[in-house]
Design a protein around this ligand. Structure first.
Ligand SMILES: C[S@@+](CC[C@H](N)C(=O)[O-])C[C@H]1O[C@@H](n2cnc3c(N)ncnc32)[C@H](O)[C@@H]1O
Length: 288
């Protein structure tokens, strides 16, 4: 191989910049500059594990060589799997949906998405991305039957298809094992030396601020306590752990004894526009 061919091959193998391609409640995009300095030293050599991956802002910003990404939302994990394994199939299907986007198209796609279980994985992922880009505030909400029920958003000209972003995400996801699972599965899957970033549904700051219906089930105080137990077990196992949550006394008490930093976070998705200001969050680490 000539020198220039070798350089070209190396550039080809280098992961391109990637970013979340979905709008996701609680997405960490605007907190990355505060989270990255808090990563453990040597993080680039560790496996990157995210049990509440959501939009995957930290994963896509880091482009780790090895990753385990899990979430309880099966449609989300199905979409990542399709993007990893058949990005051109997803792009092709999404191109068709983007070309005929309208209010009628939105509700027709939503109906098919909910009622037709036998759609191919790539088409289903395209529908998921289409609905995510055109629905109200990028919310993901399902009813008791598990049907996506968010109304159309009021975007004039939503960007539904960004081929470069999907290609870059597909390349980043080649390094990832993907699993639909609740966070407790980490007790089986995390290994000593893994870097684990937990970004669970947040403990509400007030009774009315509750925004925990990401899937059919909300995330209760019992869930937060079980999560702390998993965190403690993985601490004893020798994993490097970083966790985000709201800055409330209940969370500070749960993680007493670990390193707790406060960061100021802009809130992006809130149905009430007046509540989109900055809020204090905590970052809990088991290393300094
Ligand atoms: C705050 S969001 C994560 C945001 C993500 N870090 C990002 O940058 O977009 C929380 C995620 O936790 C998932 N989730 C809720 N309950 C869960 C559970 N018991 N186990 C695993 N994931 C859960 C939700 O589906 C949602 O994607």
């Amino acid at each position: 191989m000539t020198t220039s061919a070798a350089v070209a091959a190396r550039i080809e193998q280098q992961p391109r910049e990637a970013a979340p391609f979905l709008k996701w409640a609680g997405g960490k995009g605007r907190l990355l500059s505060q989270l990255r300095p808090l990563l453990p030293s040597g993080a680039s050599r560790m496996r990157h594990v995210e049990p509440f991956v959501g939009g995957g802002a930290l994963f896509f910003s880091r482009l780790p060589k090895r990753a385990l990404l899990t979430d309880i939302n099966p449609a989300l994990i199905g979409t990542y799997t399709a993007i990893r394994d058949d990005v051109s199939g997803v792009i092709q299907a999404l191109r068709g949906l983007a070309a005929r986007h309208s209010k009628d198209c939105y509700y027709e796609v939503r109906e098919r998405y909910n009622r037709s279980p036998r759609i191919t994985t790539a088409k289903r992922a395209a529908m998921f991305i289409y609905l995510n880009k055109t629905c109200f505030n990028g919310l993901h909400r399902v009813n008791r039957k598990g049907e996506f029920n968010v109304p159309i958003g009021s975007y004039k000209n939503p960007r539904i298809l960004n081929e470069d972003a999907l290609d870059a995400a597909s390349q980043a996801l080649q390094a990832a094992h993907l699993r639909c699972a609740s966070f407790e599965a980490l007790l089986e899957n995390a290994k000593p030396g893994d870097f684990v970033y937990f970004d669970p549904p947040y403990e509400p700051v007030s009774e009315t601020a509750s925004f925990t219906s990401y899937t059919r089930d909300g995330f209760s105080r019992e869930d937060q306590t079980r999560l702390r137990d998993v965190y403690s077990a993985l601490d004893r196992r020798g994993c490097k752990l970083m966790l985000s949550n709201s800055d409330v006394p209940f969370i500070r008490e749960l993680y007493e004894g670990f390193h707790i930093d406060a960061v100021a976070a802009p809130r992006a998705i809130n149905c009430n526009a007046s509540k989109r200001g900055k809020v204090s969050e905590v970052v809990v680490r088991n290393y300094s």
